[in-house]
Structure formats: C-alpha cells, structure tokens
Design a protein around this ligand. Structure first.
Ligand code: ARG
Length: 699
C-alpha cells in the first residue's frame, strides 16, 4: 500500500552488538544472531510496508547501530534537525544520514558540536502536532531543546530521563493517535511526570508496567489505530484495546540486545506542520558568575551537580583557574532550565552556594509588602547562615542579623538603606520583604574556606574515636585562645552531660572562665542540681553508678526546693545550692537560658515555657559568640545552629554519629563533629586545658 505516510529504515546488513553504550548491550557483545536479526527486521518492514511507504538508507560497514534510524534526526515538515551523537561509537553515522536528508530535499539544521541530540530517539511529536516532547538526561542535552524550538518553531516540553535502561525518550514514551499516551512513569523525574499529567488527561494516559517496559512495549510504531511493538502483556493489550488500538506484535529480540525495538528501527519522515501552533518563547537561560577557591572548596562540583539534579543543564562559558594556591578562580556558567519555575528553583540554590548573577542582568532585588502581620509574601527569599547582600538602588547592602530560615526586610533610614533578617513571626504589616532570587548574593569569605589555621585540619569532618584526642587538643587550644582574648564561648548542653559524669568538668570550665553563656533545657539544670544536692542524677548514684532507693523522686524534690526559693540564683544565695554547673554560672555571673518543652517536670522557675521568648533569649545570648560547644543535645543544638551565622565555630559532641552529622553538616568549614561520650570528652578537655596551663618545661 502506498500512502502519504513515509518511514525511513536501514537494513541490518552490518548490524551487530559491537560495543556497550547502554545497559542492554552489556553482556551482549556479538551475542545477536545476524540471521534472526534479518528475519525480524524483514517482518517489521513488511508490517510497515502494508500500511505506509518505507524508504531505505544504504547500510554502512562499521556502523552497526545505523539500523536505528530513529536516531538519524528529527523531522518536522520539510525540516530536519540532524543528530549529534553523544557517543563517538555512533558519530560516524552522522554524514550518511545528512547526505540522505539532503538528497531528499530536506532543509537540514545542524547543532553545534558540543550539543548532543539523538533525533527522534529523544524527541517525539504529539500525534496531534501540538507540541514536541523532548527527552534529556542521558543522550541529548537540554540545551538542544532551545534549538529545536527555534528551528522547528514548535513548543518543546522537556522531559528528564532518570533510569539508564530508558536512556532515549522513545524507550519509555510513545504518543498515540487521538492524544493518547503510552508511557512508563518511573523513567521520569517527578517534575516531568507532573508536566505530562498537565498536558495529557488521565483518561488518555496508558501506563505501562515495568515488565512491559523492559520488553520495549513503549518503543512502538503508531499508525492511526495500530500499535506495532515487540511484545505486550495481556493487560497492556486490553488497555490499548479499550482506547481503540489494535496491537501488532512482532518479535525484535535481536535488536533488544542493542537496546532498541520497532520504534528505534524506524524514522517517520513525514510529519505534518501545524502552522497555527507557533512556538512560544525559548527555554529560559541565564549566566551566573562564580568566584573563590572553586576547586579546593568543591564549589564548582556542587554548583554543577545542583543544576543537573534540579533538572537544568549548563555550559561552562569560561573558567579561570587561580594560578597559585591562594589565588581564587573565576567561572561563568550558562544555566538552562526547562521552564521559569525550575530556573527560579535552581537560581535560589545557586545563590545560597555563593553564585552571583551578573549585575548587568539584575539591578535591584524585588521587594513586596507584608499585608498580614507574621506572614511573608509568597516566594519570599529564605535566608541561610551565610553573609548575604541584597541589591537596592543598584548598590549591594549587607544583611544584618544573619541567620537561617528568616526573611530579608529592607527599609530606608536617614543613615541609608538597611537590610535585616527577620523571623516570619516578627514581620509587620508594611515591611518590605525580598522575594524571588534577583539581586541577592551570598558571600563566602575566602578564609572561611581555608586557612583558619589550627581549626581546619579536621575541616567539617566527623571524627572517629581514635581522633578524639587530637580534636580535643585543638579545641582546648582554641578555648584557651578565646578566653585570653576576651572572646565568647557558648555551651549548649543536654542532661546527658550530667548522666555521663561530665557535670564536674563543665562546672570547672565555667569556673575557670572558659564559658560565657549556657543554653539548655529544664533537664540539664534539674539533673545538675540533683547531683549537687542529692548525689544522684535521675536517681542514679553518681559515685557508685547504682540506682538509689526512692531516687526516682529526687529530681522532683530538687525542683520543689528551687521553686520554693523562687529561682536558681536565690537557691545559691541561700546556700542551698553549693556546687555544680548551675552554681558556677550563678557565682560567676554567666548568663544562662533554659528553654522549656512539653516533657518538663516542674518546671524550674527559671525555665522559659514561652518558646518564642526562649528563642529570643537564646539568640540574644548567641550574639557575638566565637565558638559554640554543643554537648549532647540535638534539639537545643539545632535551634542554636539555625540562629547562628556562618563564621562561628561550632563543635558538636554526641555519641550518636547521626546527630553529629546532622549538626556538623552545615556546609561551613567552621563546624566540627566529634562522635564520643560527652563525659569523656569533657574530662579530656579539662585535662588538656590543665596541660596547657602548666608551666612550660622542655621535654
Ligand atoms: N545501540 C543503540 C544506542 O545505544 C540503540 C539505539 C536505540 N534507538 C532508539 N531510538 N532508542 O544508541
């Protein structure tokens, strides 16, 4: 039958599995039967021939995958965008396909050399011609989509492939007549699935199960109401029948060994243009600038990974590697995204990593007014721990009170523009808040990435037991230095400090002037005072390590005693509390803040049960700290971490590695994790400080 519908095929004369460029080829080198391949190819040819015109391109020795003509290029009307194969193994096919299209009178478009695109294997027209579905992630680059949109003048919907078994779009996705779609959703990321669902109504989506997907059921040729494929389960046939499609199965096992089936073996070269549907704007793209120790700090990797993981792609426009160890590098990177929402998402993350949007593109940050107290405008910029600047009237303004998870409020004062971090609940009607991602940059000080000398050799790592002593030496050194320079160390401590016998050591650190503030909950204070007043911690005798009869009531008796006094300080004044952590704080005038929780007994009169007030007091005490020692208290430590800007040294000690990782992993080098028993840690610390304080002797 002759028809206006025409396909291009290539006889499998030189077909072979000769190399491995997809998972299907693995273990199949030279395992396909040439004879059977011939027969299977012929059967497919006959089926198509009965329904359409089939043209042939001459096969070429040495280019075994040339049978897969789907990868020749992408045709729309009289135009073709030629493939730029990702793998060198197939690049030699390009000139043959180009010659064929040229001789057939197509207008040929060729992508730049560095932009891979694998033709109709990765680009499938909606059968109604309304738009082009284009895949990326393995073979084709996202950048190619912008060219397709421009040259073919069609809307391109970019779909990101996630499963290497389905490395071409046509292995897991097949648009059908009447707006139906046959596809395997797990092959795509969540965003792409959403995009598919927005364009194809549920009733038109025919979802394929994995068992069919791996038989290449989606790699089908659709001609009107016929679907030609390798193999389909009864369920899938039923589903297709229900949608009005007849399934024609034709075995293609020999080609599956190279990762292709019926659709791959064919290229539809008649694709009508729907002139009334013109392409909208091209894909969003923008250039970012990076500066700093890009390689040493791993920043380039993180930036490029972030772009790809969020569904975008990039092109490095220039990279100037700093010549010496201390000289910073610079790079310009073009970022492409499938749409504006993904672009914004990527930009927000890149800004947090320290990327700069060139000022030519951006002048001012966008501000929106708060209309409901305590509620930010949608799309407000969420702050990080890093020093941040916003652009107002084309000038960069440093944000004050830097902390995590706030909004940025900008206001003009007689002294000039002021920008500050503000918690959501503190926003007032009329405040101007930064929204979006324009005109914001985070600043990484070069020395926060390297040479903060003594402290960095553990750089943001989590130590193992045998390194604990080394870390303690470092921290002891640092504690002594901060004390001598009149600096500020804040301790965040959980009750485990007392249970593990660390109380006396912490008390000593306070007594000797190494601690300038203490943060914790009700429990640390209760157990510390229980130990001081009754010799037990949660009823356990701290000398002998055994539970004391009636000991479980001890902590309540302590609470009761302190409540009678009215405050911890008053208990000290009355001579009721005479030792321990809380006693030393009172004696030395070291401010402490106890934040309450739902499980608190009592609570102590000093415990703040209003959490907003407690957060406020915590953050006041954290201000200006040079170092924060987090001792076995996950909750209070996380709270403190959120209100602490980058640049403050954080030491997180916990016996649970998961807690340490969580706390130490804030992407800033100044944080250090120590996995160990906190009582042991404190005892080593005190010993080490004593050693530092001994008279100098020549060893
Ligand atoms: N071995 C070929 C490759 O990996 C198979 C191509 C299959 N073609 C397709 N349109 N999915 O490139």
């Amino acid at each position: 039958m002759s028809s206006t519908l025409r396909f291009l095929m290539c006889p499998p004369t030189y077909y072979e599995v000769d190399y491995v460029i997809n998972p299907w080829m693995e273990g199949n080198i030279h395992k396909s039967s040439q004879e059977r391949a011939q027969v299977q190819w012929q059967q497919l040819y006959d089926i198509l021939q009965a329904r359409a015109t089939v043209s042939l391109i001459e096969p070429q020795r040495g280019w075994p995958d040339m049978v897969f003509t789907a990868n020749a290029g992408l045709v729309l009307g009289d135009r073709v965008v030629l493939s730029r194969f990702y793998h060198p193994e197939r690049q030699g096919e390009e000139p043959y396909f180009k010659a064929w299209f040229t001789s057939e009178g197509y207008q040929v478009f060729e992508l730049p050399k560095q932009v891979p695109f694998e033709g109709a294997g990765d680009a499938l027209l909606d059968r109604e011609g309304r738009w082009l579905w284009a895949g990326y992630g393995f073979r084709s680059e996202l950048d190619s989509h912008a060219y397709l949109a421009k040259w073919l003048d069609i809307e391109v919907l970019s779909l990101r492939l996630m499963d290497e078994r389905f490395y071409h779009l046509d292995t897991c996705f097949c648009p059908l007549t009447d707006g139906y779609l046959l596809y395997y959703p797990p092959a795509f990321d969540a965003y792409s699935n959403r995009l598919i669902e927005l364009r194809v109504p549920a009733a038109k989506r025919i979802v394929v199960q994995e068992a069919d997907a791996v038989n290449f059921a989606c790699n089908a040729v659709n001609i009107e109401h016929t679907v030609i494929l390798n193999r389909a389960s009864q369920d899938l046939k039923n589903a297709l029948a229900a949608a009005g499609f007849e399934v024609v199965e034709t075995p293609l096992t020999e080609f599956l060994k190279a990762g292709g089936a019926s659709k791959c073996l064919t290229l539809r070269v008649t694709e009508p243009v729907r002139a009334e549907l013109r392409a909208p704007a091209t894909l969003p793209s923008r250039v970012i600038h990076l500066e700093g120790h890009l390689l040493d700090s791993g920043l380039v990797n993180r930036v490029l990974d972030t772009i790809v993981e969020s569904g975008g792609s990039f092109q490095v426009l220039q990279f100037n590697l700093g010549e010496q160890r201390q000289s910073p590098s610079q790079a310009d990177v073009r970022v492409m995204a499938p749409d504006a929402a993904v672009m914004d998402e990527i930009m927000a993350q890149l800004i947090d990593l320290g990327a700069i949007l060139p000022p030519s593109e951006v002048c001012d940050a966008t501000l929106e007014t708060v209309t409901l107290a305590g509620v930010a405008p949608d799309d407000f910029y969420v702050t990080t721990i890093y020093p941040t600047e916003v652009r107002v009237n084309c000038q960069w303004v440093r944000v004050q009170n830097q902390r995590m998870d706030g909004a940025i409020v900008v206001r003009s004062t007689p002294e000039g523009t002021v920008a500050e971090c503000r918690l959501l609940r503190d926003l007032e009607v009329g405040d101007r808040v930064v929204v979006g991602v324009e005109g914001i940059r985070t600043v990484r000080k070069a020395d926060s990435q390297r040479n903060s000398q003594e402290f960095t050799f553990m750089g943001s790592g989590v130590s193992s037991e045998r390194r604990v002593e080394l870390v303690v030496e470092q921290i002891a050194w640092e504690l002594r230095r901060i004390r001598d320079q009149g600096g500020k160390v804040v301790v965040v401590a959980g009750p485990v400090v007392i249970h593990t016998g660390g109380g006396e050591h912490l008390a000593k650190l306070i007594r000797e002037g190494y601690v300038q503030g203490l943060l914790g909950g009700n429990a640390i204070a209760v157990h510390d005072m229980e130990q001081a007043m009754m010799g037990t911690s949660l009823g356990v005798d701290m000398q002998r390590g055994v539970p004391v009869r009636g000991g479980h009531r001890h902590h309540l008796k302590v609470i009761n005693t302190i409540r009678r006094c009215g405050s911890i300080a008053e208990a000290v004044r009355q001579g009721i509390l005479t030792s321990g952590v809380m006693y030393e704080c009172v004696q030395r005038n070291i401010p402490f803040v106890l934040a309450g929780s739902i499980r608190d007994d009592g609570p102590l009169p000093d415990t703040l049960m209003d959490l907003i007030q407690a957060q406020r007091e915590y953050s006041r005490l954290v201000q200006g700290a040079n170092m924060i020692l987090m001792l076995s208290s996950m909750l209070h430590s996380i709270g403190v971490g959120n209100m602490t800007p980058a640049g403050v040294k954080l030491v997180c000690v916990d016996i649970n590695p998961a807690v340490v990782t969580k706390l130490a992993d804030r992407g800033s080098v100044e944080s250090i994790g120590v996995v160990t028993d906190v009582g042991l840690f404190l005892s080593l610390m005190v010993q080490q400080l004593d050693r530092l304080n001994r008279p100098y002797t020549v060893a």
